[in-house]
Write a protein that binds this ligand. Sequence first.
Ligand SMILES: [Zn+2]
Length: 71
Amino acid sequence: MSNRTIAKSFKAGDRDDTGLFADLDFICPLCDFENSKFILIGAKNFDKIDGDFETDQECDYCMKEIIVECR
Ligand SMILES: [Zn+2]
């Protein structure tokens, strides 16, 4: 079974010198529960999130590691 999914939504907040906080929603492909994450993205990764990227997140329900693609 794949532990990879595509983000339902990704909303980045304001950037500052250290980084930004972003809201990331995705459906876990393993248990089908919707996760809403509040993630910190460091300033050194700003150029990364301007394009497609992926992030490793732990599902809040089944505790498995999920690779979330943000496009
Ligand atoms: Zn899960």
